[in-house]
Design a protein around this ligand. Structure first.
Ligand SMILES: [Zn+2]
Length: 306
């Protein structure tokens, strides 16, 4: 279900250029330089670079080619990001899914600026730190340690039962009728599979029988990485009643009818949840039988236990 264009970002990060401060100064001065200005609420605006490059404030995001230019602003471009007050739409109001370059500029800006906001001190000695290498690391002023941006991994999993029905759940905090698949953050020391098994047990009381990684999405609220999986379970879900209000299995026909009638509102756009559900609908997601083959009959040649 991953398309070829999902494998390469139109934002060329040019990590090798981050080590050259003079190069970044000249890129910032270039006519083609653009800045993503974003405040802490994720309100943002794209504008031409102006003034002086400040390595303590400006993040060098990389460049984009002419073929990937945003509507109304022919490229190529050099891209920077900066934290500042700005009037503009927030990330939740921006249709980032329709423009891959804009999506990647905004998710990267949100993630890296949030990391700088929350990591002023060294993780080793708690000394003060400052940005370096185009803003993609921080260096401790006391002990010299290099600090790298952190991600918060979360899993989201399409769970299938033996009839190949999909489990959909409604969260108490969501608008009425909105449903999605089960998701949750990976806790310290867990594998993705263990996080999936724990979340499914906690939220809907089911025993996860298998779990496989499928695809992922940067989730800029503020710096998560959503890892899409597919797995299997059986039996009636028992919602926890706190986070999950109700959950039930849907066949493809039941799901389509429920969406058409407005009984449920499903995830849309290019979110991982939406992509996994679409793949289940059109048969490109592995089926239950692919994930959990029926156990073979015991062989007659197997040694008997007595
Ligand atoms: Zn330190």
């Amino acid at each position: 279900m991953n398309r070829p264009e999902d494998l390469h970002s139109p934002l060329r990060r040019a990590g090798e250029d981050r080590v050259d401060p003079e190069l970044l100064v000249s890129r910032f001065r270039d006519q083609s330089a653009r800045v993503v200005v974003m405040d802490r609420s994720t309100a943002h605006r794209l504008e031409s670079a102006a003034g002086k490059y400040d390595p303590a404030r400006h993040i060098y995001l990389g460049h984009s080619g002419a073929a990937d230019a945003l509507a109304g602003d022919p490229g190529p471009h050099e891209w920077f990001a900066v934290r500042d007050t700005v009037v503009g739409p927030g990330l939740r109001e921006t249709p980032v899914a329709t423009e891959p370059l804009l999506r990647d500029l905004l998710t990267t800006t949100a993630a890296i600026l949030a990391w700088h906001d929350t990591t002023p001190h060294c993780e080793a000695c708690l000394g003060a730190s400052q940005p370096a290498r185009g803003g993609f690391i921080r260096v401790c002023l006391d002990c010299g340690a290099w600090l790298f941006p952190r991600h918060d991994p979360a899993i989201i999993i399409a769970i299938l039962d033996p009839q190949d029905r999909l489990l959909l759940a409604h969260q108490a905090s969501w608008a009425p009728n909105r449903v999605s698949i089960i998701a949750g953050f990976v806790e310290a020391g867990e594998s993705l599979e263990q996080a999936a098994g724990r979340e499914v047990g906690e939220e809907v009381g089911l025993h996860l029988g298998s779990a496989h990684y499928v695809t992922s999405q940067a989730w800029p609220f503020p710096r998560s990485l959503m890892l899409g999986m597919v797995g299997t379970a059986a039996g009636e879900p028992v919602p926890d009643g706190v986070e999950i209000q109700w959950a039930r299995w849907f066949s493809r026909e039941e799901f389509t009818a429920a969406v058409d009638s407005g009984e449920v509102i499903a995830p849309s756009g290019r979110s991982v949840a939406s992509r996994l559900i679409k793949a289940w609908l059109d048969g490109t997601l592995p089926r239950h039988a692919d994930l959990e083959p029926p156990s073979a009959e015991p062989s007659s040649e197997e040694p008997s236990s007595d």
